[in-house]
Design a protein around this ligand. Sequence first.
Ligand SMILES: Cc1cc2nc3c(=O)[nH]c(=O)nc-3n(C[C@H](O)[C@H](O)[C@H](O)COP(=O)(O)OP(=O)(O)OC[C@H]3O[C@@H](n4cnc5c(N)ncnc54)[C@H](O)[C@@H]3O)c2cc1C
Length: 425
Amino acid sequence: MSNFLSENSSNQNTNKQIAVLGAGIIGLSCALQLQQVGYKVTLIDQDEPGLGTSFGNAGLFAYYSCQPLTSFSALRSIPGMLLDNESPLSISNGYLPQLMSYGWHFTKACTSTRYRKGSQAMSALQKLAPAADLDLFTISNSLSLIRSQGSLALFSSKAGFEKYQIKELTERKRLGVKMEYLSHAEVQEIEPNLSSFHEGGVYYPSSRHTVSPIALSQSLFETFCQQGGQFIRQKVKKLLPDNNGISVQTALQNKHFDQLIIAAGAASKNLVLQLGLTIPLVSERGYHLMLDEEPDIIKRPIGWVDTSIFITPMTDGIRVAGTSEFTDPDAAPSNIRSETMLNHAEKMLGRKSQLTKTWYGSRPSTPDSLPVIGQCKSDKRITLAFGHGHLGLTLAGITGKLVTQLVDGQKTDLDMEPFSPERFM
Ligand SMILES: Cc1cc2nc3c(=O)[nH]c(=O)nc-3n(C[C@H](O)[C@H](O)[C@H](O)COP(=O)(O)OP(=O)(O)OC[C@H]3O[C@@H](n4cnc5c(N)ncnc54)[C@H](O)[C@@H]3O)c2cc1C
């Protein structure tokens, strides 16, 4: 990657100072790739890098996931799911006002034309993601944290599997995703330690996973620092664009930059509001549990589609991840969610497991399931990179690459219009 981006760099702006706000996996990827083409980059985060939502994901590079979550069938299933305590979806009453604009744009995105356009845009982005990730792993020396064993998505019943094949999977195949249908026996052959909770499912051979999301973030950060990157650990309070650039104000200092990248995950919504931009970004909370199991009892991330949970082998045990809880990022966690997830994971593994840790964090989610990647039309010195929802880890490499191309004035690898910050206006 370094070669590709440097070869195409305009090389005129390389003494310019750029601030990247947010040191999650998206901000880290942007910072490192901007640095590759010679920019002087400062990362700013209130916490140590990688400790936000990027800490707790399922570790799956889900390159197969190219359909938006918006469809009329999804919309129809929402009321039933909300009434079921054990369903993976919930909305807290106190968060409803925050969801008004999101809900309106979600419903609009469900029309067949918009859904099709959304699938095409996500599919185009996903096609570029594996190579961009590989470049990122290579420059950050993090290949040892990556496994290429594919992933599984399994179904409780044959009827459920067949129904999914007719619509979602046929559509996914049409979008060019590689997959194999496996029977119960074929799944057990490659994952012999699973119980018989399933009736087979889909194998996605091109998925990768990381055995430690935090180690991956740290590895990107270490490379960034070794190459001269600066890190400021402070909470950003104000963004003040002026004629010469943008001032970034924290409680302790006011620092001036030529350009700014906003990659602050779910907190980005309020930061861009200061710049006069309203984006219906919401916090879609997910949980993970760590089970004290030998990681090698399974070889790859395994999803149970009916319950929307994944189990992934990680260096410190088996991680169980899932749920969509639309709630304030600071709201108290729900014990029902984690108990239900533990029950499901134990069913998958066919035995009781020792729980070692519970974690929750906010996915930065947009109503049309597409990330926001682009320069603000009113001020091109400000580039936005957030809203990756369920796919932030998967799309980190390609997001950093596209942001670098935009900032550096290069031709982007794909049409950026579907990801435009202004698309909700
Ligand atoms: C349970 C769960 C499972 C998931 N599984 C997967 C998966 O398997 N694959 C996948 O691709 N994606 C997955 N995701 C989604 C993925 O984790 C997120 O999309 C991704 O982490 C978002 O990264 P980010 O860098 O945008 O945000 P974050 O990681 O949250 O980083 C944002 C950073 O900004 C900082 N910040 C915010 N406001 C300020 C401020 N004012 N001043 C200074 N710093 C600030 C925060 O401290 C934080 O470090 C999962 C998510 C969850 C919750």
